[in-house]
Design a protein around this ligand. Structure first.
Ligand code: PAN
Ligand code: ZN
Length: 186
């Protein structure tokens, strides 16, 4: 990859909706992996659990836990719903509670759902070019409210870590549902 002189090719690059290059780590969440986050279990039971709900391509240039480093990931959420709830990420607090994160919209239409430590919930529209600063101590989850894949990028500290257990156990205090054709927090 490297040229002859001092000017080199980058180690990472985007191809369409994906991240490629040295040591990109892909991960896939099937509907079966995340089905517990949805409310309508009856509708869920009739759905294909093997289908991809979302995938993430990540770059970890330093070991997990390194202070001062950064990680980068591209998340692609498929369009779809379980009953009237949109396909969405599991969502998490960072284990190192003070660590923040940037998300930004690349393709498609989404909603970033946020919840603070007092379980106050709010949300922000995501679209190509939208930029979202997620402060520390704020849980974050993204739903695809469109009919095409939702693609967003994320950059977070390498010592952030992920606390999924708390959201798996207690969820968010509000759910994003389609009500009369519109995404609504209920
Ligand atoms: C993101 C998320 C990614 C997938 O990179 O990890 O969008 O969402 P879940 O991790 O909630 O399944 C991030 O927030 N990193 O900290
Ligand atoms: Zn995060």
């Amino acid at each position: 990859m490297n040229g002859n002189g001092l000017i080199r090719m980058p180690e990472l690059f985007f191809t369409g909706q994906n991240l490629e290059g040295n040591e990109v780590v892909p991960s896939v969440r099937t509907l079966g992996d995340i089905i517990g986050i949805f409310e309508d279990r009856e509708t869920a039971s009739g759905m294909d659990m093997a289908q991809t709900a979302y995938s993430v391509s990540s770059a970890f240039p330093v070991p997990e836990g390194t202070p001062g480093g950064l990680f980068f990931g591209i998340t692609r959420i498929m369009p779809g719903k379980v009953g009237n709830e949109y396909f969405m990420t599991k969502g998490h607090f960072h284990r190192n509670e003070d660590t923040a994160e940037f998300y930004w919209g690349v393709e498609g239409e989404g909603v970033l759902i946020l919840m603070d430590r007092n379980r106050n919930v709010w949300a922000e529209r995501m679209f190509p070019g939208s930029l979202h600063y997620i402060p520390g101590k704020v849980a974050h989850r993204v739903a695809n409210i469109g009919v095409t894949p939702l693609v967003f990028d994320a950059c977070w500290p390498s010592d952030a870590g992920h606390n999924y257990e708390e959201i798996a156990a207690g969820g968010f205090a509000m759910r994003l549902k389609e009500v009369n054709g519109l995404p609504t927090l209920v």
